[in-house]
Design a protein around this ligand. Structure first.
Ligand SMILES: Nc1ncnc2c1ncn2[C@@H]1O[C@H](COP(=O)(O)OP(=O)(O)OP(=O)(O)O)[C@@H](O)[C@H]1O
Length: 471
C-alpha cells in the first residue's frame, strides 16, 4: 500500500515536472516566433523608407509627388524599388544630385526640345522650351541665356536658393531702414553651402498642389537649365489679355484667386523656413490642363531695370509694395500687396503697368459699404458675375493693397475669405445639397473652408504635403 502511494506521488511529480517543462518550452517558442516576426517587419519597413539612391548618390530626401498633377512629368507609377518612372527613364543620363533634384545632361534636353526649337515663352531668365522626354513625359525647360546676368542670378537664386536668400537677409537693408521685421522670413542658421543637406531640405520640401516645382536641372556644357512640370494652359496673363483666347469665367477667376492664395499661404505659413515669393504677378501664375493654378518662380526675384540700369528693386513694377520701394524691406505683407494687385487684375483684366491701380483708386471713391466695385469688372465678362461676390473679392483686394502693411490681411485670411465666398455661392445655388453631390473641385474648396484639415495644425510642410495628396 505504502509502495503503491509512493509510486503514485512519484508519477504525479514526474507528470508535473514534464508539464511545467512543456509549458516553458511552449512559451519560449511563442516568444521566439514573435521576435522573428518583429525583426522581419522592421527590416521591411526600413527598406521601404530608405532614401532614393541613383547612381550611388544619396538624395537625403525622398521626393514627394504631392505637387504633381496630370500635366506633371512625374505622375508616379512606383517601380519595384520605390523610384518613379521619371527617374527610371533617365537612369543613364540623370542623377539625383545632392540637392535631391535630378540632374540631366545637355544632350538629352537638346533631343527633348528638338534642338531647342520648341519655344513656348521668354522671360527675363531666358527662353522656355517645351520638351518631350523619352519616357513620354512633357516638361518645360527654362534655359539660362548665356549673356543674361539676370539669368545667372536667378539660376543661383533658384538653385542655390537657401544660400542666396540667407545672404540677402543678412545684408544690411539700404535706405537707412532697420533690420528685417519679425514679419520677414528668416532662416534659423546659415546653411553650409550648395549641395548641403539644409539646401536639400528647402528645395525638396516646397511641394504644394498650387506651386510649380522644379523637377530637374542641367548644368552641363556651360549651359544652365531648369526643368519644370509642363502647364498646358500657359500663364494667367495671356488668358486675361489675349483677345484671341476665351475670356475666363467669373467662377474660374475666383477659383484661380483661391489656388494662388493657397500656394502663397503655403510659402508663408507651411514652408519651413517660410519663403517670400517676391514676384507675384499674372505671368507667374500657370494653369494646368484642368485650369487649376500653380504659382511659379517662387523665392526668386528679378531685378527691375530703369533706363537700362539696375534699380536695386526686386520684383515687377506695378506689383511692387510702395512700402518696399521706400524702405527696401520686403515682408510677407509685400507679397500680400502684389496678390491684391493680382486680384484686381482678375476682376478688371487690366494690366498693372497700364494704370490698373489708378483705375482702382478712382473706383474706390465710389465703392463703399460693399458695393460699387462692379464698375471695374472686365467688360469681357459681359455682366456674367454675381455682383455681391465681385464686391466681396474687390473689397478683399483693396485690403491687400492698403498702404499700411499691418492693415493688410495675411495670406491665410485671404484663403479663408475666398473659401467662404465659394461656400456661400454654393450653398445659395444648392441649398441642401450634400458636399458629396457637388463637383469635386467645389467640394474640396468647401471642405477646406470648413476646416476639415485645420490649417493651424498644418504648420509643418509634411502636413501640407499630406493635404496636397488629398487634392
Ligand atoms: N512650366 C511651364 N509650362 C508651360 N509654360 C511655361 C512654363 N514655364 C514658363 N512657361 C511659359 O514661358 C513664359 C516665360 O516664363 P518665365 O518664367 O521665364 O518668365 P515670366 O515669368 O513670364 O517673366 P519674367 O521672367 O519677366 O518674370 C511664361 O509666361 C509661360 O507662358
Amino acid at each position: 500500500m505504502k509502495a503503491e502511494s509512493s509510486g503514485l506521488i512519484l508519477g504525479i511529480s514526474i507528470g508535473v515536472v514534464i508539464g511545467v517543462f512543456l509549458a516553458i518550452l511552449a512559451l519560449y517558442c511563442i516568444r521566439y516566433q514573435r521576435k522573428r516576426a518583429q525583426i522581419n517587419s522592421s527590416s521591411s519597413r526600413r527598406a521601404a523608407t530608405l532614401p532614393i539612391r541613383t547612381n550611388g548618390v544619396d538624395t537625403c530626401t525622398v521626393l514627394s509627388d504631392s505637387t504633381m498633377g496630370a500635366d506633371s512629368p512625374r505622375h508616379y507609377e512606383k517601380s519595384v524599388n520605390g523610384m518613379s518612372l521619371w527617374f527610371d527613364g533617365f537612369k543613364k543620363s540623370s542623377v539625383v544630385s545632392a540637392s535631391g533634384i535630378p540632374e540631366y545632361c545637355y544632350r538629352d534636353l537638346q533631343k527633348a526640345t528638338q534642338n531647342f526649337t520648341t519655344l513656348i515663352g521668354q522671360g527675363a531668365f531666358g527662353p522656355v522650351y517645351k520638351a518631350q522626354m523619352s519616357t513620354g513625359e512633357t516638361v518645360a525647360v527654362k534655359v539660362l541665356a548665356s549673356d543674361s546676368k539676370q539669368g545667372e542670378k536667378e539660376f543661383q537664386t533658384e538653385f542655390v536658393f537657401e544660400r542666396v536668400t540667407y545672404a540677402n537677409l543678412s545684408a544690411p537693408p539700404p535706405c537707412g531702414s532697420n533690420s528685417p521685421s519679425d514679419d520677414l522670413i528668416g532662416f534659423g542658421s546659415p546653411p553650409s553651402g550648395p549641395g548641403s543637406c539644409s539646401q536639400v531640405k528647402l528645395l525638396g520640401r516646397l511641394h504644394h498642389r498650387n506651386l510649380l516645382n522644379l523637377v530637374g536641372y542641367c548644368a552641363d556644357k556651360g549651359k544652365n537649365m531648369l526643368i519644370y512640370a509642363y502647364m498646358s494652359n500657359g500663364n494667367l496673363a495671356s488668358h486675361l489679355y489675349n483677345e484671341k483666347m476665351e475670356p475666363l469665367s467669373w467662377d474660374r477667376r475666383v477659383h484661380t484667386a483661391l489656388d494662388v492664395a493657397r500656394g502663397v499661404e503655403y510659402l508663408h505659413d507651411g514652408a519651413v523656413p517660410p519663403v517670400i515669393h517676391r514676384d507675384i504677378k499674372s505671368s507667374n501664375i500657370l494653369l494646368d490642363q484642368s485650369m487649376r493654378a500653380r504659382v511659379s518662380d517662387f523665392g526668386l526675384s528679378r531685378e527691375e531695370m530703369v533706363d537700362g540700369h539696375a534699380s536695386n528693386l526686386r520684383g515687377t513694377f506695378g506689383y511692387l509694395d510702395p512700402e518696399y520701394i521706400c524702405t527696401r524691406t520686403f515682408t510677407k505683407k509685400s507679397d500680400v500687396y502684389s496678390y491684391g494687385v493680382l486680384l484686381f487684375e482678375l476682376i478688371a483684366a487690366r494690366n498693372p503697368l497700364q494704370g490698373l491701380m489708378e483705375y482702382v483708386e478712382l473706383a474706390a471713391m465710389n465703392a463703399g459699404g460693399g458695393t460699387g466695385w462692379e464698375e471695374i469688372a472686365d467688360p469681357r465678362l459681359e455682366g456674367n458675375f454675381d455682383i455681391q461676390e465681385l464686391n466681396e473679392v474687390a473689397a478683399l483686394a483693396y485690403k491687400c493693397v492698403n498702404r499700411v502693411p499691418k492693415k493688410r490681411p495675411s495670406m491665410r485670411s485671404t484663403v479663408q475669405v475666398l473659401t467662404r465666398i465659394l461656400k456661400s455661392r454654393h450653398s445659395k445655388k444648392h441649398t441642401g445639397t450634400p458636399l458629396s453631390a457637388m463637383p469635386e473641385e467645389v467640394a474640396i474648396d468647401i471642405d477646406q473652408a470648413e476646416g476639415q484639415t485645420p490649417v493651424r495644425q498644418l504648420k509643418r510642410e509634411e502636413s501640407f504635403d499630406s493635404m496636397d495628396t488629398d487634392l
